[in-house]
Design a protein around this ligand. Sequence first.
Ligand code: SF4
Length: 556
Amino acid sequence: MKPVERERLDADVLIVGAGPAGLACALRLAQLIETNRDAAAAAGLSAENIYVLEKAREVGAHQLSGAILDPRALRELLPEFEQTAVAGVSDTPVSEDAVYFLTERRAWKFPVTPPPLRNHGHYVVSLNRLAKWLAERVEQAGINLFTQFAGAELIWNHTGIAGVLTEDKGLDKNGRPKPNYTPGYELRARVTVLAEGPRGSLTKTLVQRYGLDGVNPQVYGLGIKELWEVPAGRIRPGFVAHTMGWPLGTRLYGGGWIYGLQQNRVSLGLVVALEYPDPQFDPHAAFQKFKTHPFVRRLLEGGRLVRYGAKTLPYGGWYSMPRPYVDGGLIIGDSASLLNAQRLKGIHIGMKSGMLAAETIFEALCAGDTSAKALSVFQKKIEQSWIREELWPVRNFHQAFHGGLWSGLLHSALQMLTGGRGLRDPWRTRPGHEAYHRLDGQRSPTARFKGDGRLTFDRLTDVYHSGTRHEEDQPCHLIVADLNLCGTRCTIEYGNPCEYFCPAAVYEMTKERGERRLKINASNCVHCKTCDIMDPYEIITWVPPEGGGGPNYEGM
Ligand code: SF4
């Protein structure tokens, strides 16, 4: 086959992913160039030579979170933000915190909100709007931001990375060029920053190739969220509630959230740790059940669903942090495990990591040395910053809940008293899919959740509300290495968990000539990455589809 001729572009810095971490990195770099003009000029650095790639059709379209913003990093990045821009990024300041334990019929309010879940001084935000607002500032600073382009492959140099190839556009489902075919670009950079969010496809390849894993493998949670509009007076803007217990019980790690927004809107969702034993557990159905609890139902009845989304988050914390530097490359934000599972917050840590990465890169480029040794300063900066102060004391937090809620609360109290040490340090963990119990033929086909169409919904109705759109005639972006295994071993051993864990009904087992076959409805995919994490044989690989495809989390 004739080799593809690609246009080559050379940048000083290439940032893959325009989430809060990537955008904070870009903006901090622009600030450093502006305030250190002579040094920047001597090193030949300019804002125009910084590129940011975003796979969504517009910045923010793939950004999903609860979300409560601790403004610490944003205040450092843009000190004027609270005086001039709160309205641009925040929906409302948090006015009231509460934590509830749910049984099937009752909701017990904790007399005191545990300190990690107190949110005084924080803001309920739309991450979609926050990303857009930051992106405007990035573009005003002269940085080139390209939407609808994904980093499809890393460009390797002998000991690190040298940029990315963007995806080819205009291929049909068999991989043949259509009339609108355009080969991807070869984007080379002195430093490439991976800010892809949780389970980034390039980050995964990089970590595997160079064995960058931390003390523990990464473990994840899946967050499923709906945005509702409810009758006036149901909920105060700024009211923040977290729940534990029903419908997950006390064995599964996770819980719900309910946040009151302006204009009678409510953000609510359920996060489930992706390390549950039952391969036929259905996180989407669990979330729908959550809404039928009298405490939640009272709030939503008479309202309407506005948006839906699902996304994974890294739970592993400090001990799951991969080595975040290689020759010519850095890993930041969720891709680098920078989230505080105890506080259920990662936006501020992701942003701070982007800012520290920018400072590292600026120094490295000025010194003309972007080797792993020079970029290892990034890890030192993390260790000397408030990121470590925040994450080190909770380094064993998530692992403490392996034995269920009650033992987890006990262990985490002990950890708080011992600076995070607890009874075991480091507390080891294993990849989430290894938690599955084998069914060995004892599969019990369960009726799929349908919903009543008013309060609860099936997955396809929810996908419709995610605004998801993909070009239909393109190669499948969900690569299953061995399709034969799906209808044979997987059916017997695990009952095809992909039919249950995917919150967008992408995977469907069908019968063809008496044989069970996997059908992949790839255009439903909301890019949550659960399949890449929870397939029991690790044969599903999520790769970016043609740029611009995916959900549209407007206002989420
Ligand atoms: Fe998530 Fe995978 Fe389903 Fe896409 S196919 S929505 S990434 S589980």
